[in-house]
Design a protein around this ligand. Structure first.
Ligand code: HSE
Length: 326
């Protein structure tokens, strides 16, 4: 039987856009064999067409006009990987108003406009998926919204930023200075376009805001989450943690407290005997406690083009399966 053809438009081909494209390029035949879906990305909105990307992309795939994707009747799914709140939010809303399903990794846009985006998906009868926005390649959102739905969630806690975890690991174990470790994290494609988002903890606050929406059904804007980053951490702090048989980690937490929820993002000493102390470099880990399932821990690469690309393409395949009946 012929495979079902699915055309996808890509908004943004930076590090993550390239990782998503490469994930599909590497595994396209396998995906077709496993799912009966022939997925391709014929159009890409991107200004920087000359950058070396290590993927096969033809000049005619690139466009500078958003409507070439947002209004193309042959495109059924739009992947938004531009980052930043605007124009990304406007493009996602336009895509959904035009009947297209949307996949995004954009935690800043989601955290700022969660209700508008989720509302637009409902109003237009399309799917909006954002697995890659939290925990990179870790399928945490999928688990929370499918297999764990029978639970009342009590607590979520974890390391949700690869860049800062990489910096803290390299300062503690690799002997790198803060500045050199940040440069290395940027070179590996972990950091945000503006790394202030990472190191000041805002990226984690965006992710925690999304998690709180999903598991507690409450909208806490990221700016209302008490947030402290790692810019104030010195080599002396790291040595002090080591002397106390601990590591410094940037920890996000949200838990029920009576009828309310308590939440924060801040660096903390974590005893070496605690599982979070062994989460190094760009790896993330998320503990979840549900009233039926008890404690769970999810672990994997929280940043990087291919792990994030895996989550993006997983969402695309899920939507394509649901909408083609494959
Ligand atoms: N800059 C983010 C991080 C990318 O370092 O975790 C993944 O969301």
């Amino acid at each position: 039987m012929a495979a079902s053809k699915v055309n996808v438009g890509l908004l943004g081909m930076g590090n993550i856009g390239t990782g998503a494209y490469k994930t599909l390029e590497m595994n396209r035949r396998l995906i077709e064999e496993n799912t009966g879906l022939d997925i391709s990305i014929p159009k890409i909105l991107e200004k920087d067409t000359g950058r070396k990307r290590d993927v096969t992309v033809l000049p005619e795939q690139f466009t500078q006009r958003p409507d070439d994707i947002l209004k193309d009747p042959d495109i059924s799914i739009v992947i938004e990987l531009l980052g930043g709140i605007e124009p990304a939010t406007g493009f996602m809303l336009a895509a959904m108003e035009n009947g297209k399903h949307v996949v995004t990794a954009n935690k800043a846009a989601l955290a700022a406009n969660y209700d508008r985006l989720v509302g637009a998906a409902k109003a237009n009868g399309v799917m909006l998926r954002f697995e890659a926005s939290v925990g990179g390649g870790i399928p945490i959102l999928n688990a929370l919204t499918t297999a764990l739905l029978a639970n009342e969630f009590v607590e979520i806690q974890g390391i949700l930023n690869g860049t800062t975890n990489y910096i803290l690991t390299q300062m503690a174990e690799g002997g790198l200075s803060y500045g050199d470790a940040l440069k290395a994290a940027q070179g590996k494609g972990f950091a945000e376009a503006d790394p202030t988002e990472d190191v000041e903890g805002h990226d984690v606050a965006n992710k925690l805001s999304i998690l709180i929406s999903l598991i507690f059904g409450r909208r806490i804007p990221p700016q209302d989450i008490p947030t402290e980053g790692i810019t104030g951490i010195s080599m002396d702090d790291i040595a002090r943690a080591a002397a106390e048989d601990s590591k410094i980690k940037l920890i996000a937490v949200a838990h029920r407290d009576g009828a309310g929820i308590e939440y924060s993002v801040k660096p903390a000493f974590v005893k070496n005997s605690h599982p979070l102390a062994g989460v190094n470099n760009e790896f993330n880990a998320i503990f979840v406690k549900g009233n039926a399932v008890g404690e769970l821990m999810f672990y994997g690469r929280g940043a990087g083009p291919l792990p994030t690309g895996s989550a993006v393409m997983g969402d695309v395949i899920e939507i394509a399966k649901a909408t083609t009946g494959e």
